[in-house]
Design a protein. Sequence first.
Length: 119
Amino acid sequence: QVQFKESGGGLVQVGGSLRLSCTVSGGALYTRTMAWFRQAPGKEREFVGSIPWSYGSAEYTPAVKGRFTISRDSTLRTLDLQMNSLKPEDTAVYYCASRIVNTHDYIDWGQGIQVTVSS
């Protein structure tokens, strides 16, 4: 099992930047793909992007591609989401998650952290 502790959320103005971080604990992280999801008020949770923990590049949903960057540091055991050029529609609760490589379902989730973009 993988556990997450999220930090870095808050209030930011349109066009601003924010960096979210998840501290990751648990074993066998090399078997996992890590991801960020978000859920806006009244909407379903949606995929933001993912990255394999061991090696490989990140992939993103089109709505954030070019603005958001996912990175991981295996030494510090952190998973980060750098968010630039923020828009009001990026307002949501953001979650860390993980799945086992080559499976479909995300099975471990963080508690979520609020990001609010004000216009």
